[in-house]
Structures are given as C-alpha cells and as structure tokens.
Design a protein around this ligand. Sequence first.
Ligand SMILES: [Zn+2]
Length: 76
Amino acid sequence: MKVLVWIALAVLVYLALRKKITSAQQSSQQAPPPAQTSAGETMLACATCQVFIPASEAVMRGDNAYCCAEHANQSA
Ligand SMILES: [Zn+2]
C-alpha cells in the first residue's frame, strides 16, 4: 500500500511542476506591458508644509507649489 502513496505523490509533484512550467512559459510569451503608474511623475514639495505631491495635483502659485488651496492661500 505504501507504494501507492509514493506513486500518488510522484504524480502530484509531476502535475505541480508541469503547471509551473506551462504558466512560466505563458507569462514569458505574453509579458504584460509595463504598468502606467505615477512613478515617473515629477513630485513637488508644498512650500507651506513640505509635503510632496505629484505635479499634476499640486496647486501652483507663481513659482511655488502647494499641496492644497488652503496652503497656497496661507502663504499669499
Ligand atoms: Zn501643504
């Protein structure tokens, strides 16, 4: 009976390895495009509280960037 357990184990390992190999092949064949994140976005420091915000979300007053309209008004 012990032999059956070993055969079952061997089949399970074989199936697991085959699944791993096929999934690895699939992922290498169709690699997903690089995610478009805000990682490359310019970060600006708020002139009032020094918190960094993405340039697209910053409130601009002259040459200074602010994290919110409140801080922009505080320094004005
Ligand atoms: Zn701020």
